[in-house]
Write a protein that binds this ligand. Structure first.
Ligand code: MLT
Length: 263
């Protein structure tokens, strides 16, 4: 798949299948490969578009701060380059969900449906934001292992860690391959992301809110509350999964996505 040039950077993107476009937006500090089971199984029925966001995977890296708004703009530019004119279904996980909120606010007419997995609507608290800025500095000095070590234990349900160690190890390897400059830029961007918790009624498109029952970062009760405040949202709890529900329980998540896209 050729990379997409966006002027200041290029984005690596997997683009497979035909039909309704399903845009998959990965979490932090990962890349499109976290969606491999969705790409493999859903590309039979949909055009599945799974980019590496700016600073991640095989995409270009920019220093400083990369905001969620910038990433949303990158996605719109990428869709233009791919010739996708019709509204897409966007499915984001965690940081990909933060980008999803911004895409919905900035490009409402390009969005047919929104799927938000294991993500939050609130902004960082001042303490959390300060912690992210400190981590950004540490990553630049000590490398990607700083976030791999601090995050990996929080991402997966205990059963996943026990029964699917290869999934956990593959995720660690993706993190370790990620450019420290890209990690730091996204940490700064997440630290200043807008709070959309008071604006959930504005996300009036059909929506599916997906959450792993053991998610330690975006708790099920919080995500159920998000769904309740959105005019057209359905909540789906994924059993035996943590924060990485699509990776941990792909069959269950894919079934939810399929049913939602068919509705
Ligand atoms: C993610 O999975 O993308 C992160 O947990 C997002 C975050 O750090 O807030």
């Amino acid at each position: 798949m050729p990379d997409i040039s966006l002027g200041d950077i290029s984005l690596h993107v997997v683009d497979r299948g035909r039909g309704q476009s399903l845009l998959l937006v990965h979490g932090f500090p990962l890349d499109h490969s976290m969606w491999q089971r969705q790409i493999d199984e859903l590309a039979a029925d949909f055009r599945v578009i799974a980019p590496d966001l700016r600073g991640f995977g095989q995409s270009g890296v920019t220093a400083g701060t990369v905001t969620m708004e910038q990433m949303a703009d990158d996605l719109a530019g990428m869709l233009d380059s791919l010739g996708v004119a019709e509204p897409v279904a966007l499915c984001g996980l965690s940081m990909g969900g933060y980008v999803g909120w911004q895409f919905a606010l900035r490009y409402r007419n390009r969005l047919a449906k929104l799927i938000q997995c294991d993500t939050r609507a609130v902004a960082d608290s001042p303490e959390a934001a300060a912690g992210r800025l400190k981590t950004a500095e540490r990553v630049l000095v000590d490398g990607a292992q700083v976030v791999a070590e601090s995050m990996l234990g929080k991402l997966f349900a205990e059963a996943t860690a026990r029964q699917q160690p290869a999934v956990v190890e593959a995720t660690r390897q993706v993190m370790l391959r990620t450019a420290p400059v890209g990690i730091a830029a996204a940490l700064r961007g997440m630290s200043e992301r807008p709070d959309v918790s008071g604006r959930l009624a504005e996300f009036d498109m059909p929506a599916l809110i997906v959450c792993g029952e053991h998610d330690a970062i975006a708790a099920p009760a919080e995500m159920r509350g998000i769904a309740e405040q959105m005019p057209q949202a359905k909540f789906a709890l994924i059993n035996d999964a943590g924060h990485m529900a699509p990776l941990e329980q792909p069959a269950a998540v894919n079934a939810e996505i399929r049913a939602f896209l068919a509705s």
